[in-house]
Write a protein that binds this ligand. Structure first.
Ligand code: GAR
Length: 216
């Protein structure tokens, strides 16, 4: 069993997709231990506690004046048994950059979802960036977190067509629907050890997950 922490900043729909996949038994060897938010008003906190019974923690700088944000996060992860060698951390709309200390402590054990086909359009407002650039295709990426911004090794990606009449909202919505499929899937293959990692190249050694860009 892998102990899981999910870090959010807002709505938490990706968190919900992950917790539902665990609850419904699509992911069998991951135990959600804590949902952490850096914003006390994140709707995802209530969802985690009330719908899924997962403990929550609000991480606001200043909770404990003697601890920095990062120190407090490390303490919470320790407290909930998220071991750097056997645990897993999913960033799900967590709008804060983790310090190199945390990223290095949990090397290749922190996953993130990003609403573009990385390395295109990293950072904030990825869907707006894609539209303003005039891209015809965007999509979603699940990747490992390294010390850069949205630069870690890519685990899984899927493309979404951009239509001429798309708005930021419509594109965001279509990408989000794919995120909700891909993120639980990425966590499942990770938790089952069905990954071959060679430098930046991550391949999924599981027949159930097809790379849609491959010919059958
Ligand atoms: C998602 O679209 C996710 O891809 C994006 O924030 C949204 C969170 O929604 N993340 C980023 O842009 C990270 N750079 P959610 O709170 O409903 O999961």
């Amino acid at each position: 069993m892998l102990n899981l922490a999910i870090l959010i900043s807002g709505r938490g729909s990706n968190m919900e997709a992950i917790l539902r996949s665990i609850e419904e038994g699509q992911i069998t060897n991951v135990r959600p231990k804590v949902v952490v938010s850096n914003r006390s008003e994140s709707p995802g906190l209530k969802l985690a506690a009330q719908k899924f019974g997962v403990p929550t923690h609000v991480l606001c700088k200043g909770n404990d004046k003697t601890l920095s944000f990062e120190d407090e996060l490390v303490q919470v992860l320790d407290q909930f048994g998220i071991d750097p060698k056997t645990g897993v951390i999913c960033l799900a709309g967590f709008m804060r950059i983790l310090s190199p200390i945390i990223v290095q402590k949990y090397t290749m054990r922190i996953l993130n979802v990003h609403p573009s086909l990385l390395p295109a359009f990293p950072g904030l407002h990825a869907q707006r960036q894609a539209l303003e650039y005039g891209a015809k295709i965007s999509g979603c990426t699940i990747h490992f977190v390294d010390t850069g911004v949205d630069t870690g090794p890519i685990l899984i990606q899927r493309a979404v067509t951009i239509f001429d009449n798309d708005t930021e909202e419509s594109l965001t919505q279509r990408i989000l629907e794919i995120e909700h499929i891909l993120y639980p899937e990425a966590l499942r293959v990770f938790s089952e050890g069905k990954l071959k990692i060679d430098g930046r190249r991550v391949s999924i050694t599981d027949s159930k997950t097809k790379n849609r860009n491959e010919k059958a």
